[in-house]
Each structure stands twice: as structure tokens, then as C-alpha cells.
Ligand binder design. Sequence first.
Ligand code: HEM
Length: 430
Amino acid sequence: MPIIPTPTGLAGLHALRQMWRERSVLGALTVFNRELGNIFRLSLPGFDAVMLVGAEAARFVLVSGRNDLRWRMEGDPVTMLLRHGVLVEDGDSHDQIRRSMNPALHKQMLQTYIESMWRGTDQVMARWHDGAVVDMLPEMRRIALLVLLDTLFKVDFTPDMDRLWRAILKTLSYISPGLWMFSSCIPRLGYADGLRQMDDYLYQMIRLRRARIGEPTDLLGLLVSDPNMDDNLIRDQLLTMLIAGHDTSTALLSWTLYLLGKHPDIMQQAQAEVRTILGDQPPTFDQLRSLPLLDQIIDESLRLYPPIHLGSRRAAQDLDFSGYQIPSGTRVMYSIYVTHRMPEYWDAPDEFRPRRFAPAAPKPAPYTYLPFGGGPRNCIGAAYAQVEAKVILARILQRRILTLSPRRVHAYMGATLEPRPGVFMTTHTA
Ligand code: HEM
């Protein structure tokens, strides 16, 4: 059996150069893929993983080989934080939890969320003074938090936003890549207060809801009325949805604004589309279908900067991928980011070209475009996130004129892929 290639000195040097250019580790992965192929081993002191890239790899991880892979990784911060959240469970337990949450994210429910989505946007936009420079990264987080808690938990987050802001950022940094990946002995100091604050908030939310009688119409209601769920299991799902459901949208929205700021001609076309269809009224569910350019912009933003840029698993037994043997216990990762930029699948892969997703354009080949993963464990919030992004962006474009400040931005690998140091834009009322 062939040995899985590992970067040599020269590939390492090229990777370092690319990392420096892009100010991001993602540059290194792209170089390794070009020099070593669609499977390579990343072996550093204390850290060992097999990286898979491309359509065949994605199909393997997400579909054909998925029963031989585990999502749950004991000892990883994500598992320690989310405990038995749907994201880190396997087998029947996963399937049961997912089934119990599905109705709240069903397509039919989405139309009932539209008003909350544009109202959250209006609430945050009201803070932007004419002519002021605004960092869109935290602003998109504010909107995403308001919308997520209002739609799925029926809770107004406004009075708690500032009090819990630091705790949320701490929670995200707890699960972001860092030195902990190299040794479980490295102490993780400075997180306890933030994590406790989040728990206090969620357990109180559960208590308050249990005291209220009524038909469950939202996710929290579904969970508290499920006889198989105790408070701890509900807390795990709430935290999972809160983190997975708002940080991804924050990244998508801020990258999209960044890309539009870099391409003012496309921003103008999107603005014209939105204003023609909506006039000065808030968007309705039906009108969302009539904004094709906005759809294409969101799709292209997800291709260039997929908020979840890789998936991580553990091999539950010896695996055979494309003739290579991956021993049981190995950490296996598939890179969405690199797959989205492979010249084999995409013309001018690094360029922002929304029209590549136009209805008349050829569809991407299967498993080459995976912003929401794929297979039975694809993103449970995919439809929700797409509607949400569209409503929020339509509302911003309808009401504001935005100009990007000339600051260098790089892709930062936090809990999601974020534009750092931020997306600074001057805003004017339209
Ligand atoms: C732009 C927004 C979003 C993106 C790009 C995104 C992306 C993804 C991806 C790629 C996966 C699969 C990861 C893997 O294969 O390892 C995933 C899973 C998941 N996402 Fe999302 N997501 C988004 C929004 C949301 C929202 C809004 C929610 C909840 C309201 C959510 C909840 C989840 C959960 C719970 C899973 C795990 C599903 C399972 O294992 O059964 N996501 N997401």
C-alpha cells in the first residue's frame, strides 16, 4: 500500500511562504494539496491528522465512509463544551436528537422567521450614524444573535447582549484552533467565568420556559416538551445551536459585505435588484425568490470563504481511501476551503464571480461545493441560514450605502473562518 505523503522540507518552505502572503494557515493547505495531492498527512509534535481534499474525499467522509468515522472526539474542547450536543454525538443518540429539533428548522417554519430577521437588522442598523465607520464583524454578530434567539428560543436577547458579549467571545475562543491541539497538558486558563455565565443564562432560559405552559412553536419549546430530554441535554442543544447557528452567519454576512465592498460595481447591481423588488418595504418570503443576484453573491461568498472550512472526524477502524490505508484512531479532516478553490473544479478559483452560480451556468460537479457539508449529517440549519443571510443583506442594501475602508483583511481560523481584523465600512442612509 502506498504511504500517505507528508510535506517535505521544500513543500514546507513553499507553504510557509504562502502562509505569510495570505496571513493564514489556509495558504499552506492549498500548497500541500497542489504539491502532494488529495490526501496528505499533517504531522507536527503532538498533532497528527490526515487531510483529505476534493470531491472523492468529500463523498467518502460524508457518505460512503461515514459509518466508519466518528464525529465525537473525547478530550477536544468542542466535545467538552457541547457535551452531548447534536454536533458531537454519533449513532442513534445523534439521530434521535436531530429528529427532535428538525421541525423548528423545517422549510415551512422559515417564513414565520422573516419578520424577526429584518427587525433584528433594523435594530442594529439604527446604531450606525451617517458617515461613521462601522466594523461589520461585531455588527453582524449582534444581528445574528438577536435573530437566532428570537426565532429559535423566543427570547429577546437585547437586554443581555452587552452583559454576555465577552462570555460569547470567550466561548468561541475556547473551541478555536490553538495550542491545545498540540498537547492536552496545556492548561486552558481564563475561560471558566465566561463558560459559567453562558451556562447560567441557558439553564435560566430552560427554567423560565418550563414554567410557561403552551404549545411548543419554537426549538426551545420542542426540547422542553420532549420527555426524553433533561435540562442538561437541553442545555447542550441550546448551546450547540447558539454557537453553530450564529457564528457561521456572522462570518457569512461579514465576508459577503467585505466582498461587495471590494466590488462596488456588483454591490450597486445588488442594490438595484433589491430596491426594484422591495421598494422601501421590508422583504417578504415570496419576494426572496426574486433576488437572483443576491443568491449568487451569497453562494459565491460561501465558496470563497466557507465559514466552516473543514470537517474533523476520528477513524473508528482502519480505512481505505483511494488505495491509502488510514489506521483506526487517526484524526481525519476534509477541507471545504481547499476543495472550493481547486482549479480542477473552478475557473479562476480565487476570483469573486457571483455569475458562476447564475441559473444558466453549469452546476458545480457533485461534492465540489460543500458550504453546508453533505450527506445525512449535513447542516441542520442550511435552509434557515440561507434565508437569514438573504433577508439581512437585502435589508442592509436597501437602506444603506456602504464603502469599504482600505484595510488589509485576512482569513482567521477561529471557531469559523472570520475576516480579521474586521470589515470596516462607512455607512450612509440610502
Ligand atoms: C452560513 C451559515 C452556516 C454554515 C456555512 C454552516 C455549515 C455547516 C457545515 C459545513 C456543517 C457540517 C460539518 C461537518 O461535516 O463536519 C454543519 C453542521 C451543523 N450545523 Fe451548520 N452552518 C451554518 C448555519 C447553521 C445554523 C443557522 C444552524 C442552527 C440554527 C446550524 C447548526 C448546525 C448543526 C447542529 C450541525 C451538525 C449537524 C449534525 O451533525 O447532524 N448551522 N454546518
